[in-house]
Design a protein around this ligand. Sequence first.
Ligand SMILES: Nc1ncnc2c1ncn2[C@@H]1O[C@H](COP(=O)(O)OP(=O)(O)OP(=O)(O)O)[C@@H](O)[C@H]1O
Ligand SMILES: [Mg+2]
Length: 462
Amino acid sequence: MTRHEKIEILILDDEKQFTEELHEFLQKSGHESFETNTYPEARHILANHEIDLMILDVRLPGIDGLDILKEVKAKHPNLEVVIISAHGDMDTVIKAMRLGAFDYLRKPFRHIDIQIVVERTRKYLHLQRKLKLVEERNSLISKTLEEKIDRHFIGVSVKIRDIFDAALAAAQYRDANVLITGESGTGKENVARIIHYSGSRKEHIFCAVNSSAITDSLLESEFFGHKKGSFTGAVTDKMGYFEVSNQGTLFLDEIADMPLNLQAKILRAAEEKVITRVGDTKTIKTDFRIISSTNHDIQKRVSENKFRLDLLHRLNTVHIHIPPLRERPEDIKPLLIHFTDHFAQKLNRSIAINEDVFKRLERYPFPGNIRELKNMAERAIILCKFNSLSIEDFPLTSHSNGAVEVNNEMANLKSIEVDMIRKALLQSQFNQKAAADILGITRDALIRKMKKYNISIGKAEN
Ligand SMILES: Nc1ncnc2c1ncn2[C@@H]1O[C@H](COP(=O)(O)OP(=O)(O)OP(=O)(O)O)[C@@H](O)[C@H]1O
Ligand SMILES: [Mg+2]
């Protein structure tokens, strides 16, 4: 029903002249109108038309108008009733309003009175329907999200099923902060989204923040917002992540890289759920849950005094650790099938996988974990010329000289990673983004690993 749309109105009153006059007036005002003097006929009209508004005389001979009101409201919940009352009938009016009547008109009334009532009802119905549409759309969105989550969480190993169960359990505790640890590409953000979209915050924002990607000078205002003019560049008032995440989830990716001075402020915000914008004195309440993630050994950071122990305690009410893919090789096959299906579908192709591919990949250490496997699948599907994938379609065979194949006990992963990173850098002519793509990890992750293993571009060249 748009603003100018007419509504359908039914008039029930025992005075024939009155109903006819009113009917004529409403028709002239552009509404669809029906009139009757008996309840059985009114019932018939209600059953056969989509009546929006019923104008009901509560003083009909031989029947209690309030009973009619009750019955009509019960049978037609989307219909509004305006009752007509006589002078000195306040008791009935009050009862009718309690039974759900929308409004009342007192006889005798002027045309302007009825016009106002009809317009009010029309507006009300319009808003109500709009709200219903939004609600339906929201519940549809959450349904598709839920389906998506289910479809995108692949894994058959006991380890990963336990993680899925832990995520669903954490989702039920609206205010519990969750820390997710695991190597790069193991699916930390994926699990964070599952927690968000399976809990009561799902209709609100999932605000993902990678603090290592923000310059130190801007960090505080990004998190807490700022008041206009509080520093050069603050040209308007601005909300920070804590405020934006109100009622939703604040996902702090790579939490271990958070500068110490900000850690103290984040701790206070997480404890008090109250923040103050930079340059302001006013406090603002905000209700968020923090899910944080890191691929560093955060305990080690604490012992090196690089991470506050009190903040760690605040963040890890629930701790979920995702083991690397090489520790759960049984997940490789279903993941590979899932990703190849996904990419093949995009290209409208149907592609099978030779059994020896699984065997080979199950012995590969996957330093970039699931992300690496996903990228491998995409590349294989794009480049494959036939309708099946064989070992040749997977770059580890061509890039690795066999050196990266390991069995599960192989200890010297570090040297393999270093080797792979160097090869990828060489192959990409030291373009970090391209090298990260080859390795199936993010550029950030590559830079972190280069720092960790002390690989400089100069060294790699040697
Ligand atoms: N169990 C899973 N089933 C299907 N896809 C997954 C699963 N876990 C992760 N993925 C996919 O793998 C990719 C990497 O996952 P994600 O970004 O969550 O990893 P991460 O641990 O946050 O990585 P990083 O440490 O590099 O930020 C994403 O494309 C994600 O959709
Ligand atoms: Mg991530």
